[in-house]
Design a protein around this ligand. Structure first.
Ligand code: HEM
Length: 428
């Protein structure tokens, strides 16, 4: 069992003698990632645990000591001469369930496919059997699902070259991103792409390779917990009872975003954890918070004061030309508004202003208020409509309604529910 492996790892012989460059006299073979090391590979498994590989050791998650890799990926021991993992990624390929969510490890000219930490039959095999056109002795690999990339893909790194491998067609495009350091490992975390080099990392755009922001950064501040390192300054994980939202929205593909102040958080990334980022990191022009946000067709509408910003939903979010526009011009109402939502496949945006809900038909021009209804509750600050109905948020509580009609016309006030750690990554 897992626990058994862990115990063996922690109490068993530590010196595996594979860290050729380390000074064995002064360091135990158990590497310390707070020393500032260069990882060989980084990848999440099917449960969302992140594995950081170095030599024949790995770290599971963002805290804790190094452990022997074969405790988690047993068969790697049968190939001891291979010494270390060159590259790793988690496959995203829903068309092919027998590969989807498998963790692929690359060693020299071989690839290993693991699911639930067992090696799949037929592995290890030559890399080119699974990935024709991709070289052996890789430096790094990272998955790039459709939405982030144009199609489900994998980015392989070797030296100066980036191999963009299309999973369905097995075609390879070779690129050079001269401004990006040579990545010795690469990691996708909360839909952001990180190239690791030395003990630093650089965030890059997976399609253009573009780097925006102050990079490189020392990985020890962010991806591991080390004495005298850290990040986030005074920012604290809020208590759930203190969380209040300005806006919340869920798009067709189920991506759900909550907004408060100048930050936003994806709420549907259960497996890979939750982390807040500045709104302006994703929606550049929105620098001062939001009042209401809704998703419609393949766009996201952000309302602030009397302005509406419309962005393409697909990454990278780009502002549609001509926006922001005034709320009056775009929707035929005056700001400010408190909340807004569209239910799936409908063309009506429900705008909440005080204790009134206005329905505006987005398929009509010019846009005008088609209906208005007084609401049974006051103080709504955010609202969304998803497959399981409507949620409207009042302070750190929310109310659930099945349809907009029931929200507008039922005189029975449902029991409020409280925001939980599971929903928003807050603390009890
Ligand atoms: C497992 C725990 C955490 C991990 C792995 C983590 C990781 C990261 C990473 C990778 C970045 C972005 C670096 C970049 O893209 O350049 C970041 C940024 C940030 N994190 Fe965390 N973080 C964690 C917990 C926290 C906590 C608990 C807080 C405080 C509440 C926090 C506050 C911040 C802030 C303020 C930023 C800067 C955002 C920005 O300006 O882009 N983080 N974190």
């Amino acid at each position: 069992s897992f626990n058994l492996h862990l115990t063996l790892t922690l109490t068993g012989p530590l010196d595996h003698g594979h860290d050729h460059h380390e000074d064995q006299a002064h360091h135990s073979a158990n590497p310390d990632r707070c020393d500032g090391i260069e990882f060989d590979a980084i990848a999440p498994d099917e449960k969302g645990n992140s594995f950081f590989f170095k030599g024949d050791h790995l770290w599971k998650g963002f805290t804790g000591p190094a452990q022997v890799s074969s405790a988690f990926f047993m068969e790697l021991d049968d190939h001891h001469h291979l010494g270390h993992v060159d590259a790793a990624f988690r496959m995203h390929n829903k068309e092919k369930p027998e590969d989807h969510d498998h963790i692929f490890l690359f060693l020299d000219d071989k690839v290993f496919s693991y699911y639930n930490h067992s090696l799949e039959e037929g592995y290890p095999k030559d890399i080119q059997l699974d990935f024709p056109g991709v070289p052996s002795h890789l430096d790094a690999a990272v998955e790039c699902p459709k939405g982030d990339c144009n199609s489900d893909s994998v980015l392989f790194f070797k030296g100066e070259e980036v191999y963009n491998y299309d999973i369905a067609t097995q075609s390879v495009k070779v690129r050079q991103w001269a401004h990006l350091p040579n990545c010795t490992s690469a990691f996708r975390w909360l839909e952001q792409y990180y190239c690791f080099h030395g003990h630093n990392f650089t965030r890059f755009h997976p399609v253009s390779g573009e780097v925006n922001g102050a990079y490189p950064k020392d990985a020890r501040h962010y991806f591991m917990s080390c004495p005298k390192f850290g990040h986030g300054g005074d920012a604290k994980v809020p208590k759930c009872s203190e969380v209040t939202l300005d806006a919340i929205t869920s798009d067709k593909s189920g991506k759900t975003y909550a907004f408060t102040g100048r930050i936003y958080m994806r709420l549907d990334t259960h497996r890979d954890g939750k982390h807040a980022f500045p709104i302006a990191r994703t929606w550049k022009e929105v620098t001062d918070g939001v009042d209401a946000v809704f998703s419609y067709s393949d766009k996201i509408y952000i309302i602030k004061g009397d302005q509406v910003y419309i962005y393409k939903s697909a990454a990278p979010s780009t502002l549609i030309e001509g926006y922001p526009k005034s709320l009056t011009e775009e929707l035929g109402i005056e700001g400010p508004v408190n909340a807004a939502f569209v239910c799936e496949d409908h063309h009506i945006v429900h705008i909440i202003q005080g204790q009134t809900m206005y329905d505006i038909d987005l398929s009509a021009t010019p846009r005008t208020v088609a209906r208005e209804a007084p609401l049974p509750i006051s103080g709504i600050e955010a609202g969304m409509c998803g497959p399981d109905g409507i949620k409207v948020f009042v302070g750190s509580e929310y109310y659930h309604y099945e349809t907009p009609r029931i929200l507008a016309f039922s005189r029975i006030r449902p029991e409020p529910k409280t925001i939980t750690p599971d929903m928003m990554g807050c603390v009890e």
